[in-house]
Design a protein around this ligand. Structure first.
Ligand code: SF4
Length: 313
């Protein structure tokens, strides 16, 4: 791991942290980028790409790959790492499910990722909106594979997860975000073991749905704690692990403790594969939805190969 390098201000105070070269990304300026932005605005859709200030937005939007964030742009939680606004959300947009499906159709998406803000104010945590989005996508673009990235549905996760699993997304993603020791400071509104149980429940209800989860590195976690999270995920039968570098979105957010080198990300990936994940994405710029379509195709092929090997025994 690399310690962060503070850049000194003229007064001699540390002003900001210098990012290592492997974090730098190109400015988003392409024609594809502008077309993606216009489509999202025309359909009144929010994206986590913008709200979370994702460093990959230039690359992803140029390729017409955006992660739609449903249920508004205001979250009822205030996680220390997240750039999404916190407050009292607006009423649910009933046209949103069809707008998401229209966006998928117009962009010709083979694979779509849908996420949401936390909606602790809603009786079902927003689960029914996920179901409506999945149904609208199946009607409008039946060939598009669907990946959802949900909140933890605190205190209502059983009913919420059951409803969503019944709608049969292809991939169910729920991020653990960090190691359990850091939850009180990084993810204070959530519980590590509740999130783990959610992932385990998806698999128990429908083993054909791929499960996926991710953590950010660089928040002060220890190597063995990361290994333990991998073991916990495997015990919940999670198929796909993502690991990426945490980046501080604004000075108000929790600081980067260290920049994990690309080599260390590769070493984590090798350990994760040895622990039995079907698919692993691990690099400084990896995010839950980065290259999600390509990774989904590889994961599906890996499962088919595994089943074929088992049948041949
Ligand atoms: S990695 Fe995900 S959140 Fe980031 S720009 Fe790409 S699609 Fe959007």
């Amino acid at each position: 791991m690399n310690e962060v390098t503070p850049i000194e201000s003229p007064e001699g105070r540390p002003a900001r942290v210098r990012k290592p070269d492997w974090i730098r990304v190109r400015a988003p300026t392409s024609k594809g980028f502008n077309e993606t932005r216009k489509l999202m605005r025309d359909l009144n859709l929010n994206t986590v790409c913008e709200e979370a200030a994702c460093p990959n937005i230039g690359e992803c939007w140029t390729k017409k790959h955006a992660t739609v964030m449903i249920l508004g742009d205001v979250c009822t939680r205030a996680c220390a790492f997240c750039n999404v606004k916190t407050g009292m959300p607006r009423i649910v947009d009933t046209k949103e499910p069809q707008h998401v499906a229209d966006a998928a159709a117009q962009m010709g998406l083979e694979h779509i990722v849908i996420t949401s803000v936390d909606r602790d104010d809603l009786a079902d945590g927003g689960a029914s909106q996920f179901v409506k989005v999945i149904e609208a996508l199946r009607r409008t673009t039946p060939k598009t594979t669907i990946e959802i990235l949900t909140p933890d549905f605190r205190n209502k996760h059983e009913a919420a997860v059951e409803a969503i699993v019944t709608a049969r997304p292809d991939v169910y993603n729920h991020n653990l975000e960090t190691v359990p020791r850091l939850y009180p400071t990084i993810r204070p509104g959530a519980r590590y073991y509740a999130s783990l149980r959610l992932l385990e429940m998806v698999k128990r209800l429908d083993p054909s749905i791929f499960t996926k989860s991710g953590i950010m590195l660089g928040l002060g976690e220890e190597r063995l704690e990361v290994h333990q999270v991998m073991d916990d995920m495997r015990s919940a039968d999670v198929d796909f692990l993502t690991m990426g570098q945490y980046l501080q979105p604004t000075p108000r957010h929790t600081k980067v403790i260290d920049f994990v080198t690309p080599k260390a990300f590769d070493a984590y990936a090798a350990i994760a594969r040895a622990k039995g994940f079907l698919q692993v994405a691990s690099s400084p710029l990896t995010r839950s939805s980065y290259h999600a379509g390509e990774d989904f195709a590889q994961m599906r092929a890996a499962r088919e190969a595994k089943l074929a090997r088992q049948a041949a025994r």
